[in-house]
Design a protein around this ligand. Structure first.
Ligand SMILES: Nc1ncnc2c1ncn2[C@@H]1O[C@H](COP(=O)(O)OP(=O)(O)O)[C@@H](O)[C@H]1O
Ligand SMILES: [Mg+2]
Length: 269
């Protein structure tokens, strides 16, 4: 696309995350997180692994302020999330890119319009309503699409894209926020193995090239081993493993899953 935007936007300083004895109890009494204490440094690439129901989504949603902390302290960047009001949480969320299993795109809208949604936190409401994005925002959107390799799909309707391409649009939308953290909740669970590896590779590149802190929820052990630098294993709302992803043994995964391994625990290639 055009190159007259001058120097690239300065990289945002990534954020760290600190949890001190964080418990989340849902209104129905179910405890999603049980006294979690964790420190994630700015710029880390963390794979969070566990069976369905182990608390992976609860952890990500709590960090993003979507699920309130019942007790304990949670600091994200300079934001004290526990006890923050709605306005503070909104400001914080503008800096956190979210990626979901189901992509969550506006399916009838173009790829570009979907990615420009990532600029909303930084664009005035009136301009947004009128569809008037500043040229600088469009440049940021183009760069984000280029980074995930689908700039040529700019004017396609999102629903015309393959699953892998739609997830790349969702990643580009997150990048267009110029986020300090990216939180991805099972981002490749609906994708075939080669596509899943491609999308995981994109997330890793975002972490390595831009320095953004990335947390990825996964349930497959080979993806966790291959793409995370740090592995956090969850079982029944608790952290049962925290260490190097590459060094996690099958026995470590059996402990995380609370059972012996099967073929379904690996994606393959
Ligand atoms: N909104 C909710 N209300 C009540 N219970 C919930 C809610 N969300 C998740 N849970 C429960 O919290 C536990 C952890 O769920 P979750 O964080 O979704 O795990 P995972 O993402 O690892 O599958 C489960 O027992 C689940 O049923
Ligand atoms: Mg989940």
């Amino acid at each position: 696309m055009s190159t007259d935007a001058g120097a690239p936007a300065p990289a945002s300083v990534p954020w760290s995350i600190s949890m001190r004895d964080v418990t989340v109890r849902y209104p129905n009494g179910v405890v999603g997180l049980k006294g979690i204490t964790l420190d994630i440094a700015a710029g880390e690439m963390v794979a969070i692994v566990g069976l369905s129901g182990s608390g992976k989504s609860s952890l990500i949603r709590t960090i993003n302020g979507l699920v309130p902390v019942t007790s304990g302290q949670l600091t994200v960047g300079s934001h004290e999330v526990d006890g923050a009001n709605k306005r503070e949480l909104r400001r914080m969320r503008g800096n956190i890119g979210m990626v979901f299993q189901s992509f969550n795109l506006a399916r009838r809208a173009s790829v570009l319009d979907n990615v420009l949604v990532g600029r909303l936190a930084h664009t005035s409401t009136l301009r947004t309503l009128l569809g008037l994005y500043p040229e600088a925002d469009k440049q940021i959107a183009y760069e984000a699409l280029e980074r995930v390799g689908i700039l040529q799909k700019l004017y396609e309707r999102a629903s015309n894209l393959s699953g892998g391409q739609q997830q790349r649009v969702a990643i580009a939308r997150a990048l267009a926020q110029q986020p300090r953290i990216v939180l991805a909740d099972e981002p490749v669970a609906s994708l075939d193995p080669p596509t899943a590896h491609g999308v995981m590779g994109d997330l890793r590149r975002i972490n390595q090239d831009l320095g953004i802190t990335v947390l990825v929820n996964l349930h497959l052990l080979d993806l966790a081993r291959g793409y995370g630098t740090r592995l956090i294993g969850m079982r029944a709302g608790e952290v049962v493993y925290d260490g190097s992803a590459a060094d996690a043994t099958d026995a470590d995964f059996e402990n995380i899953y609370g059972r012996s391994l099967s073929n379904e625990d690996r994606l393959g290639s």
